[in-house]
Ligand binder design. Structure first.
Ligand code: AMP
Length: 471
């Protein structure tokens, strides 16, 4: 069940705006870092009869909507989605938002997160005669909604569906007359609410609001189902009571854009403090602090400011890296990593450097980087990681390899240092991480660093029975 493919995604929803689809597209563009495999927007025209229009495609937002005529997506409401996935599930059928005609009318849905009991639910639904056209977990929600009786309030169709799913999700569900924005009871994946020209906007990250000039209002709360209707009414429900929030700490470490406000904190500021904490934990003498761009930049700045060691760009990034490259027959040394990062030899020659990155997953990139930096003349390389060792996979929507491929799950810090070829290696401690976030560790999901999963990844249970375990 757990070797399934995780999906990293971003959501955007626009409610009551003249240019809803165009705004949704811009919101996706701002959140492109959360997924590059596919993008889509579904708009809703709410005349005498609600009609949905869709445009989806594989690849980057700018490519999917290249020269796109937005009059093909009319209406004052729209939802959009970008997805990251592995090649195995990268088919157009999986590109969201998904839409369908069910007893309540048209419905479109976009999802960020992962369901723990997806395989069981799928098997059961197929056994009951459901027809699946995609392999994404998101389609399960559609089938659960489709099974709701026709005459119940739409919010109840959502609650009944949620009672059956078990996992992490931020979700947008658009019916012909209302939009629901919701987060699972632990609020693992982000979702926030903004205002734009008298209408509403929801997005995974606030950097989407900044691009389109929307005002941030608040987060959709953990366990909240927010209902926006055409008559302007906004209703909020907490159908499963108040569970303890456990948002994903990895959003701060790597995933979110630094200029976003996530779970109430500016990501850039948190990352810089992670670097400061790292500098305090085991000081070292060096000529320069070098970030691994882009993910290591804010932490390296924090490290530099705390330690007093000058910050320099010792690795230069090529920003135009696409998906695949045709390597010449005669293999080029370290081609895979060089295509993205190149050492600044003039700066590095004979120098002792602190190299800061946000995380080491398999260790493959880092090992090549260390080799490249040595070839460029670095005398001493002190690796510093601005997060604790990644020892367990994420089952809640961040793409991580299985445990056997996580270097820190299988080797000691000393062994990792040897494998990477560094002169020293220090990870940020769990205490340092939470000092940087200014929170205590029971407030976040840090399963990737602790192995403590707030939502059971063992036997699936009903949503109402979820309980914290292992904490
Ligand atoms: P690795 O070579 O597997 O150790 O890769 C480590 C690099 O991958 C680090 O520089 C991270 O910034 C980056 N990284 C960490 N988590 C993820 C993720 N879920 N998806 C893509 N890249 C990641």
């Amino acid at each position: 069940m757990f070797d399934k493919f995780n999906e990293e995604c971003a959501l955007v929803g626009v409610w009551n705006h003249l240019e809803a689809a165009n705004i949704a597209y811009l919101g996706l563009h701002a959140q492109q870092h959360r997924g590059q495999a596919g993008a889509g927007v579904v708009s809703l025209e709410n005349g005498e009869r609600a009609r949905f229009y869709a445009h989806r495609g594989q690849g980057l937002v700018a490519d999917v909507f290249n020269d796109f005529d937005f009059s093909r997506l009319p209406g004052r409401a729209a939802i959009g989605h970008v997805r990251y996935t592995t090649a195995e599930t990268a088919s157009l059928a999986n590109v969201q938002p998904l839409q369908a005609e069910i007893s309540m009318g048209c419905v479109a849905i976009a999802h960020n997160g992962n369901l723990i009991n997806a395989a069981e639910l799928r098997e059961k639904l197929i056994g009951d005669g459901a027809i699946f056209g995609a392999t994404t977990d998101t389609e399960i929600f559609l089938h659960l909604l489709a099974r709701s009786p026709k005459n119940v309030p739409k919010v109840e169709t959502i609650i009944t569906a949620l009672e059956q799913v078990h996992g992490a999700y931020s979700l947008l569900v658009m019916y012909g007359d209302r939009l629901f924005a919701l987060r699972d009871a632990y609020g693992i994946r982000p979702l926030c609410l903004g205002k734009l020209d008298g209408g509403w906007i929801v997005a995974s990250e606030t950097c989407a609001f900044d691009l389109i000039g929307a005002d941030y209002v608040r987060e959709i709360e953990a366990g909240e189902v927010l209902e926006l209707s055409m008559d302007g009414k906004v209703k909020s429900y907490f159908p499963f009571g108040m569970a303890k929030e456990r948002p994903c700490v990895f959003e701060y470490v790597y995933f979110a854009r630094p200029d976003s406000l996530v779970f109430g904190r500016n990501v850039y500021a948190v990352r810089k403090r992670m670097g400061r904490e790292l500098a305090k934990e085991l000081p070292v003498e060096a000529d320069y602090v070098i970030p691994v761009p882009d993910s290591g930049v804010p932490a390296a700045l924090g490290y530099s400011q705390e330690s007093g060691i000058p910050f320099e760009f010792g690795l230069i990034r090529n920003h135009y890296v696409g998906r695949t490259f045709i390597e010449p027959k005669q293999a080029i040394r370290d081609f895979g990593v060089k295509i993205k990062l190149n050492p600044n030899s003039d700066l590095l020659d004979g120098k002792s450097i602190v190299v800061v990155d946000d995380s080491i997953v398999r260790g493959t990139t880092c090992r090549k980087l260390v080799k490249m930096l040595r070839q460029a003349g670095a005398r001493q390389i002190h690796l510093r990681v601005s997060a604790p060792p990644t020892i367990d996979p994420c089952f809640y929507g961040i793409d991580t390899p299985q445990k056997s491929d996580l270097i820190a799950a299988n080797k000691s810090v000393e062994e990792i240092k040897e494998y990477l070829g560094a002169d020293s290696l220090v990870y940020l401690s769990m205490e340092g991480l939470y000092r940087a976030i200014n929170s205590d560790k029971t407030s976040f999901c840090d399963a990737c660093f602790s192995g403590k999963y707030p939502i059971s990844v063992g036997k699936p249970r009903s949503h109402k029975q979820q309980e914290l375990f292992n904490v």
